[in-house]
Design a protein around this ligand. Structure first.
Ligand code: NI
Length: 136
């Protein structure tokens, strides 16, 4: 019997989508407004869902306080009020699309979980646009 435990969190961050090795016109054609050289911000929302067996002693899949603290350290403190391109090591060489951000977040949280727990992360870049990654 497996149960999924989820925690929501939030961060504000700026980014710019572009490739240094592309011309301005190619970047504009592919990334449009998201290629604005002066960056732009998003109110990102994340949902981290941890799935596993219920521990017989505690009744928990994971103590949600542990999940909360992992998200605080690995996501909120790392990304909140940052310029993703300039301030966050992972995106100095990786375009900070929602797809790439969700994979980075997944990898950071997964590394802190017990290996028998499965993880899925959903990242909302806007209330209507969101991406999901579960390590597949
Ligand atoms: Ni954007």
């Amino acid at each position: 019997m497996k149960v999924t435990v989820s925690r929501k969190a939030h961060f504000n961050a700026a980014h710019r989508l572009y490739r240094k090795d592309w011309s301005d016109s190619q970047n504009n054609a592919v990334f449009g407004k998201c290629n604005n050289p002066n960056y732009h911000g998003h109110n990102y929302e994340i949902i981290a869902s941890v799935t596993g067996e219920i521990d017989k002693e505690t009744g928990y899949v994971i103590d949600i306080k542990i999940l909360k603290d992992i998200i605080k350290t690995e996501v909120e403190e790392a990304f909140d009020h940052k310029n993703l391109n300039l301030d966050v090591e992972e995106f100095k060489t990786l375009n900070p699309t929602a797809e790439n951000i969700v994979v980075v977040i997944y990898n950071k949280i997964k590394a802190k979980l017990k290996s028998n727990l499965a993880l899925e992360v959903t990242l909302y870049e806007t209330p209507r646009n969101f991406v999901t990654y579960s390590g597949k």
